[in-house]
Design a protein around this ligand. Structure first.
Ligand code: MN3
Length: 215
């Protein structure tokens, strides 16, 4: 019996642990929101991804990145499920690494210079990012991406799409992300998405952003 149980779970996608405590982002992102976001929303994406792949268990062995980068090569009956749930799984795993305990992870002078070179000033960069968060109609994400040319660009995607997906209209390597689904902020900010986007600056893991830009 034990053997059967372990066989069932073999190779399925799993959540990685949250890299900080639920209350680490207070007061900018509250503990209850983090708890629900990780344990219910993120968990649902990974469970639904695993369920969708039951029909094609060979994909359990793949990297999630490979699945979403080759979305249009997957069997037709799982493309939508992988787009939504594989996207949700990947995006949240990435998002947690973009967050650091409140007011602890400063932007280096070097990163400041990179952002100024790309956007004119830090204020302009932040204003453009916040504007993209506000303008995303419904649910989605805001991204800072590094394009093949090396240029940084702010974009947003609907639902759980991301700029790595084969179906993405603008492609690039994500170096920063903000979840603008209501579940990410509604308990604390209600309809005030702009306030949430502003608060985000106090919990960004800037050293990680810099590392991704440099890679
Ligand atoms: Mn979310």
């Amino acid at each position: 019996m034990l053997f059967c149980i372990s066989m069932l779970s073999f190779g399925q996608f799993k959540l990685s642990p949250l890299p900080f405590k639920y209350n680490a982002l207070e007061p900018y992102i509250d503990s209850t929101t983090m708890y629900i976001h990780y344990n219910f929303h993120h968990t649902a994406y990974v469970n639904n991804l695993n369920k969708a792949l039951e029909k094609h268990p060979e994909f359990y062995k793949k990297d999630i990145l490979e699945l979403i980068q080759k979305l249009n090569e997957l069997p037709a009956d799982i493309q939508t499920a992988v787009r939504n749930n594989g996207g949700g799984f990947y995006n949240h795993t990435f998002f947690w690494t973009m967050l650091a305990p409140a007011d602890t992870a400063d932007m280096s002078i070097k990163l400041e210079k990179v952002l100024i070179d790309n956007f004119g000033s830090i204020d302009t960069f932040k204003a453009e990012f916040e504007k993209a968060a506000l303008n995303r109609f419904g649910s989605g994400w805001v991204w800072l991406i590094k394009e093949n040319s090396g240029k940084l660009r702010i974009i947003s995607t609907p639902n759980q799409d991301n700029p790595l997906m084969s179906i993405a209209t603008v492609k690039g390597k994500p170096v920063l992300a903000l979840d603008v689904w209501e579940h990410a902020y509604y308990l604390k900010y209600q309809n005030k998405r702009a306030a949430y986007a502003k608060a985000f600056w106090s919990v960004v893991n800037w050293p990680e952003v810099e590392k991704l830009i440099e890679q």
